[in-house]
Design a protein around this ligand. Structure first.
Ligand code: LLP
Length: 423
C-alpha cells in the first residue's frame, strides 16, 4: 500500500521530506502528490533487470500522463507506449522521443496514424486486418513504410478483474491466436508495411508470473512458425500489466518478473530478439497519493459516512472496479484519543457509486485530512469534470522541494468552450 516515499514522521504523513499537511494547506484538496524518488526507484527496478540484455521499457502513458511524470521517465531514458495522438503529443512535449515510442490501441484514426508516422514512432501495435489496411494506405500516401507488430491475443487468463483482463478470446483486443499467422502473411504482403515484431497485453493488475509465461510460450510458438514461413520478427513485446500492492496483494517484484520473462525467452532460444515491456501501474501506482479533507461526518442507522472533498470524478477506480485504495489519516491520532468508527468514505457527487472506501475503521473528525494511497496510476489520468467539479491540482515532491505540475482547474475553464444559443 505505501512505498517508503510516503511515511509518517512524528505522526504526520510525509511525501519524501515534505509534510502532507503543509501540501494540503498550500495547494488545497483534493490534491495528487507524486514522489520523484518513488518514480525513479520503480524505473530502476525495470531498467536494472534489463541491463545487459536486449530489453527495453516503454512507459504506458495512459496510467499517468502528467508531463512532469513523463519527463522524469524521459530523462531516465524511457521509451513510451501510447494509445492516441494526444498521448503522442504529451510524450513529445515531455521530452520523450517518437523513435522510442510504440503506438498501441484498437481504434487508431487515420490522422493519428499519419501524425505518428511523420513523427517517426518506433512501431505500430496493430490489432486487426482492417487496421493493417488503413495503416498501409496512410503510409502509401506519405510514401513511407510503417513499422508494425501484431497484437496477438494469446487466450490466457490473467486472473484479474474482468474489466482489466484483455488476453481472453472474449475480449475486443488483439488478433485471435488462430488467425494471427494469416494476418502476418497479409501484413507482409502490404507494400507500405514493414513487419518488425509481435506484441500482446494480457491484462492489468496481474499478481502472478505464470500467465505471462503462458503468453510468452504461445507467442514464441507463433514466432517460430512465422520464421519457418520466412517472416522474421525482431522484437517481442510482452505488454504491461504487472500488479502492485493496494491492500494485501503479493505481486512478484519488478526485477524478478523481468528476469523470469527474459530467462524464459532465452531458454527457448530467442535471446537474440529484443524484448519490450509496457508497464504503467507498477511504475507509477505507488508513487502517488491523493489527499482529501473530511467535510462532514454523517452517522446513520446502518452505516456511517465520512463525506470528503474528493469524489469519483477525482478517483474513478473504486466506482468503476470496486477497487480498494487504502485510506489513512494524514495526522495519526495520538494514543488515547477518541476511538475509531467504521465509515464509508464517500464524495459529494450525486451517485451512490461515488465512494472511495467502504467500511474503513478510522478515527476522523470534520476538517481532517485523509490520504488515499496507490493513487499514482489511473488516478488523475481517469479523472473527469462530472458535476462540474474542477480537476485536482497535482504536485511532485523531490526531496524537500515541491513542484506544482498541474494547477487546479477553475470553474470558468470548464465551460469556456461552450456557448449558449443565439437569440
Ligand atoms: N500496454 C497496453 C497495450 C495496455 O492496454 C495497458 C493498459 C498497458 C500497457 C499498461 O498496463 P499496466 O502496466 O498499467 O497494467 N484503468 C484500469 C487499468 C486499465 C489498463 C488498460 N491497459 C485500472 O485503473 O485498473
Amino acid at each position: 500500500m505505501t512505498s517508503s516515499a510516503f511515511a509518517y514522521i512524528d505522526g504526520v504523513l510525509h511525501a519524501e521530506r515534505v509534510s502532507a499537511v503543509s501540501l494540503a494547506e498550500q495547494f488545497g484538496t483534493p490534491l495528487y502528490v507524486y514522489s520523484r524518488a518513488a518514480l525513479t526507484r520503480a524505473w530502476h527496478a525495470y531498467a536494472d533487470a534489463c541491463q545487459g540484455r536486449r530489453a527495453t521499457v516503454h512507459v504506458a502513458v495512459k496510467a499517468n500522463s502528467n508531463l512532469a511524470v513523463l519527463n522524469v521517465f524521459a530523462r531516465l531514458g524511457a521509451g513510451f507506449d501510447i494509445v492516441s495522438g494526444g498521448e503522442l503529443a504529451r510524450v513529445l512535449a515531455a521530452g520523450g522521443k517518437a523513435e522510442n515510442t510504440v503506438f498501441s490501441g484498437v481504434g487508431k484514426r487515420a490522422d493519428e496514424m499519419r501524425d505518428a508516422l511523420i513523427a517517426g514512432v518506433k512501431c505500430f501495435n496493430v490489432e486487426s486486418i482492417p487496421e493493417l489496411d488503413r495503416l498501409n494506405a496512410v503510409a502509401a500516401a506519405l510514401g513511407k513504410k510503417a513499422p508494425v507488430s501484431l497484437r496477438v491475443n494469446p487466450d490466457v487468463d490473467a486472473k484479474t478483474h474482468p474489466y482489466i483482463s484483455t488476453g481472453l478470446k472474449s475480449n475486443k483486443f488483439g488478433v485471435a491466436f488462430d488467425e494471427a499467422r494469416a494476418a502476418y502473411h497479409a501484413a507482409a504482403a502490404m507494400p507500405h508495411l514493414e513487419v518488425v515484431g509481435i506484441d500482446c497485453h494480457i491484462g492489468s493488475q496481474i499478481t502472478e508470473i505464470a500467465p505471462y509465461l503462458d503468453a510468452v510460450d504461445k507467442l514464441l510458438d507463433l514466432v517460430e512458425q512465422l520464421e519457418a514461413d520466412g517472416i522474421v520478427l525482431g522484437h517481442i513485446d510482452v505488454g504491461g500489466g504487472l500488479g502492485i500492492t493496494y491492500q494485501d496483494e503479493t505481486p512478484p517484484e519488478i526485477g524478478a518478473f523481468v528476469r523470469t520473462v527474459l530467462e524464459r525467452i532465452e531458454a527457448r532460444g530467442h535471446g537474440q530478439r529484443e524484448v519490450y515491456f509496457e508497464p504503467g501501474r507498477s511504475l507509477v501506482g505507488n508513487a502517488g497519493v491523493m489527499l482529501t479533507r473530511v467535510e462532514f461526518l454523517k452517522p446513520g442507522a446502518e452505516k456511517n459516512f465520512a463525506i470528503v472533498d474528493a469524489a469519483m470524478n477525482d478517483l474513478a477506480r473504486p466506482a468503476m472496479y470496486e477497487a480498494f485504495h487504502a485510506i489513512e489519516p494524514v495526522v495519526q491520532a495520538p494514543p488515547g484519543s477518541a476511538p475509531a468508527g467504521v465509515y464509508d468514505v464517500v464524495g459529494p457527487v450525486c451517485e451512490s457509486g461515488d465512494w472511495l472506501g467502504r467500511e474503513r475503521r478510522l478515527a476522523v473528525s470534520p476538517g481532517e485530512l485523509l490520504a488515499v494511497y496507490s493513487a499514482g496510476a489511473y488516478g488523475f489520468a481517469m479523472s473527469s469534470n462530472y458535476n462540474t467539479r474542477p480537476r485536482a491540482a497535482e504536485v511532485m515532491v523531490d526531496g524537500d522541494q515541491v513542484h506544482v505540475v498541474r494547477v487546479r482547474e477553475e470553474v470558468a475553464q470548464l465551460f469556456a468552450n461552450e456557448t449558449i444559443l443565439p437569440d
